[in-house]
Design a protein around this ligand. Structure first.
Ligand SMILES: [Zn+2]
Ligand SMILES: [Zn+2]
Length: 256
């Protein structure tokens, strides 16, 4: 009796014996992927139900009140639907004749991993499931990390904050933000960006967004003494601050 071996559909580097279509390493990878995907989908579902707050772009400056969280949740629900379809397709490819909602389907798949790793298109589905897990990841990741303003959402104008290592964010308006791209665009514009705030509001903004402690009084004094020459009074105690100027002022105060 001859044993048929073929390259693993996912990594291509290991030979596998029929009926397997994935090698042992990739079977483990499949198990890990299902585990992570399930966790990410559970968190994303909580995002969709407002139970879970995204660690977020846009917390810094809220333009003209009127929060609009709905698009984020619509996006979350769409993504959950897309992930569910993908899981059902993978499950079907493994020869299953019934399907279910993802909440019940994933545990079922986890206990029948061997079926999945013998499926006709196991490699393709594993690749797609890994991709899906990675797409959801930045939307549910709220590890406390230092976030810095990287720019302004081109769709809604909210300030977007990102931590090191983040590459994709979802603005509160639902617009996906490419961090590297926005950072680049914003640097070019930084010189001309102004913010209208009271000195107290600016003090709070600097603390929240940059972690700089500069009191309202320090800012008022600096304005009075002309230490912030690009900042102009507007009305009712509001000033138009030049971001670059006020941030470098705050930096110099904090480095003392
Ligand atoms: Zn493999
Ligand atoms: Zn936005």
């Amino acid at each position: 009796m001859s044993i048929t071996t073929k390259p693993c559909q996912y990594c291509g580097s290991q030979q596998v014996e029929a009926p397997w279509t994935l090698c042992q390493d990739c079977r483990r990878r499949y198990a890990k992927t299902l585990h992570q995907l399930r966790r990410n989908m559970q968190l994303l579902q909580r995002v969709a139900r407002h139970e879970y707050k995204l660690g977020e772009p846009g917390d810094g400056g809220k333009p003209s009140g009127g929060e609009a969280p709905a698009p984020v949740n619509v996006h979350a629900i769409d993504l959950l639907d897309e992930a569910e379809s993908l899981l059902q397709d993978a499950w079907c490819d493994a020869g299953a004749v019934w399907s279910d909602k993802w909440q019940r389907l994933i545990p079922r798949m986890q206990t029948h991993l061997a079926w999945l790793c013998r499926a006709h298109n196991a490699g393709r589905f594993l690749r797609q499931l890994i991709k899906m897990t990675q797409r959801i990841e930045p939307l549910v990741d709220r590890q406390p990390r230092t976030r810095r303003i990287i720019g302004v959402c081109p769709e809604c104008g909210r300030e977007v904050m990102a931590a090191k290592g983040e590459s994709l964010l979802l603005c509160k308006c639902g617009n996906p933000i490419n961090v590297a791209e926005l950072r680049e665009q914003s640097q070019a514009k930084a010189e001309t960006i102004h913010l209208t705030k009271t000195p107290a509001g600016m003090s709070e903004w600097l603390r929240e967004n940059y972690g700089y402690e500069v009191s309202r009084k320090t800012i008022t004094d600096a304005l009075r003494r002309g230490k912030l020459p690009s900042s102009k009074p507007v009305e009712n105690g509001y000033w138009e601050f030049n971001i670059r100027e006020i941030v470098s002022f705050a930096m110099s105060r904090n480095n003392r």
